[in-house]
Write a protein that binds this ligand. Structure first.
Ligand code: WTA
Length: 654
């Protein structure tokens, strides 16, 4: 195979791809220009891709001024998101597969859920929610694995105007309880157990444990998925399958204002507890549908697969809302890339003739390490486009993806975005831009990026440049507020660099002006593409009775991108031991979930602190990175000798 990879490291799309692409370079340039010079006109036109009950006439009403931040799009429009994702497709593609469900067990049959069937399920579930007393604006927590019922539940909420909050099924009972309580949910929807990689997670019993910490008014709707035995609390627990089979198959959709909340999704920040990111209806869906079509070069009839979990924003926008708004066939995969072996992804691509494939660099790095035979033995000729998301992709993984998976034929879109942004903000447009391995390249339509000097906050206009990434103006998919705490929303995103939305990411603009994300500049780490606040792991650790103090930082990890490095100071009378490391790992898994499991634990007799008692994380990061030669200024340390001890006993020596 002759793989196009010029010496410059710039990879242009093939002529063949460009010829069939939705958006070529001239179109991108013209549309981008219009989107920033005439945002009202541009987005009014784009909103036409949705079916409105009342068309919006006020398009954009946004203010980024600290103290007065307010973001509204299409504010006088009315629509129903579920109608846009389901009903409006029934006349033309009722028998087309909407959701292609591939179970964890490769021997179990895949399920092709048509738009007609999706409609039936969503309507029935909506009626069940109504019968349980769920009303417009009420919150429904969804704690489900990657099964079609998760999409039914999201769309059922949208149909009746309830606000869903999906909690990743890998989160612990504590994490689930915190989210149920923070948003004041009336209902939690869960399943008996969740098979994944051949093992089962006991979701119902996790939910039972969580509900011990919640109001006794919260009802629990249970999907019988595996049929495993679970406990049952009469009066609280409800058999969802049974009620759905007895519910009416039609439920009138509720007309919703464009700015009515569609969902809350909790995400980690640098401080405090996770924030409930609020997305609304009209702008979010417009942005989800447009980005899905343009960035993945989606064409009618394509089979599209995003391997994310519905518990994260990627699953919301690019498994459920974007693809279904466009009438696509979206693959929903219950399993993991390495079960039963490292060819599972590629077998699924072959089996379902997938055209677009979207995954995280961490999965690629894990699969790359298993050897090429797993990918080479599969027929991947259906693939036309590849995508990545969640963390910077290293050139080795990029090249492997390009050569082994895309066979040099498929453009790779490296999409940078966040829970807060609702959809892609930076990405190459596959039929328009040559790509550079590791670069998220260009702003999407309507996105005005600026590189700011991290210290002065001044915009750096010359190129190349290095600084932090901020946004100058709003786009329709932007989050509107933090649930119940608008002040926190302003303080987190608009206070540090006035007049801008601050992403929390560092970035580099190269001589061509193309953008490279360099990673978080705050205390958020990115572990296997999962975003985590180091403060959350620290508070889990100090909640253990043997721990006096803890500081957590990220360090480079070959597969996960970043690993979790914990400095732990024990209580006076406690002896450190390998057993205790295991105990603390299990403790954190239990407090937050397996994704937060510490990779390295170093016993720290003391932590480097300033005289005012502030932990100097910069130093801890350097030691964790095994880069202790350049610790910078340590003169403000209260006790410089603690640093020598930490260096001597450092755990990462790579
Ligand atoms: C990181 C996931 C580099 C970034 C959609 C961001 C990326 C955080 C990329 C958001 C990318 C996401 N290249 N870094 N293509 N995509 N990130 O909220 O640090 O789970 O701020 O949203 O992931 O993570 P979140």
């Amino acid at each position: 195979m002759n793989v196009a990879m010029p010496a410059s490291g710039v990879v242009p799309p093939s002529e063949e791809f460009v010829a069939q692409a939705n958006v070529d370079l001239a179109t991108y340039n013209a549309m981008y220009e219009r989107s920033v010079t005439d945002p009202e006109g541009f987005w009014a036109e784009q909103a036409e891709r949705l079916d409105w009950i009342t068309r919006p006439t006020t398009i954009k009403n946004t203010c980024f001024d600290f103290g007065r931040v307010s973001i509204k799009w299409f504010e006088d429009g009315f629509l129903n998101v579920a109608v846009n994702c389901v009903d409006r497709h029934l006349a033309t593609r009722g028998d087309q597969t909407a959701i292609l469900f591939e179970p964890d067990d490769p021997e179990a049959p895949a399920r092709h859920i048509t738009y007609n069937e999706l409609s039936d399920k969503v309507n029935r579930m909506a009626n069940v929610l109504l019968s349980q007393g769920v009303m417009r604006g009420d919150r429904v927590v969804i704690y489900l694995p990657m099964i079609p019922e998760a999409a039914y539940a999201m769309l059922a909420c949208a149909r009746i105007g309830a606000i869903h909050s999906v909690v990743f099924a890998g989160f612990s009972p504590d994490a689930l309880a915190n989210r149920i309580n923070d948003c004041g949910a009336k209902i939690v929807i869960t399943a008996d157990t969740a098979p994944r990689g051949g093992r089962r997670t006991a979701l119902k019993s996790n939910t039972d444990a969580a509900l011990l910490h919640c109001s006794d008014k919260v009802r629990c709707l249970v999907v019988k998925h595996t049929g495993d035995q679970t406990s049952w609390v009469d009066g609280r627990d409800v058999d969802l399958n049974y009620l759905m089979s007895h519910a009416a198959p039609d439920c009138p959709p509720r007309p919703m204002n464009a700015e009515d909340p569609l969902f809350i999704l909790y995400t980690s920040g640098s401080t405090g507890k996770p924030k409930g990111v609020v997305h609304t209806s009209g702008g979010y869906l417009t942005y989800a549908a447009l980005t899905h079509e343009v960035v993945f070069d989606y064409h009618e009839g394509d089979v599209y697969w995003c391997t994310a979990d519905v518990g994260w924003v990627t699953g919301h926008t690019y498994i459920v809302y974007g693809p279904l708004a466009n009438g696509a066939t979206t693959v929903m995969f219950e399993g993991v890339p390495t079960y039963p072996d490292a060819s599972r992804f590629w077998q699924v691509v072959e089996k379902h003739k997938v055209n677009q494939f979207y995954t995280a660099p961490t999965a690629l790095r894990a699969l790359m390490g298993q050897g090429d035979e797993f990918v080479e033995k599969c027929d991947l000729s259906s693939l036309r486009l590849l995508g990545t998301v969640g963390e910077p992709i290293n050139p080795e993984a990029w090249n492997w993806y390009n050569e082994k998976v895309g066979q040099g034929r498929c453009p790779i879109v490296d999409t940078w975005w966040q829970t807060e942004t609702g959809g892609h903000l930076l990405t190459p447009i596959p039929g328009a831009h040559a790509t550079k391995p590791g670069s998220a390249m260009k702003p999407f339509f309507g996105v005005q990026t600026v590189v700011l000097d991290a210290t002065t906050g001044e915009e750096i206009t010359e190129r190349p440049a290095e600084g932090v990434l901020a946004l100058k103006d709003s786009w329709p998919g932007q989050m509107r507020t933090v649930w119940g705490d608008h002040e926190r929303f302003e303080a987190t995103y608009f206070q540090q660099y006035k007049g801008h939305y601050f992403s929390g990411d560092g970035c580099r603009a190269d001589a061509d002006g193309d953008l490279w994300i360099t990673g978080r500049v705050d205390d958020v780490i990115n572990v296997s593409g999962h975003r985590m606040g180091t403060a959350e792991v620290e508070s889990a650790l100090v909640a253990h009775h043997k721990v006096a103090e803890a500081a957590v930082v990220g360090y480079p990890h070959a597969v996960k991108g970043q690993g979790i490095y914990c400095y732990v100071t024990l209580m006076n009378d406690v002896e450190p031991s390998d057993e205790l490391v295991k105990e603390l790992r299990a403790w954190v898994r239990n407090e937050i979930g397996p994704i937060a499991s510490p990779d390295l634990v170093q016993w720290a007799p003391g932590l480097p602190k300033t005289r005012s008692g502030k932990i100097m994380r910069r130093i801890l990061r350097k030691i964790a990175e095994n880069d202790y030669g350049a610790l910078g200024d340590t003169s403000t340390l209260a006790d410089p000798s603690v640093v020598d001890d930490l260096i001597e006993n450092r755990k990462n020596r790579d």
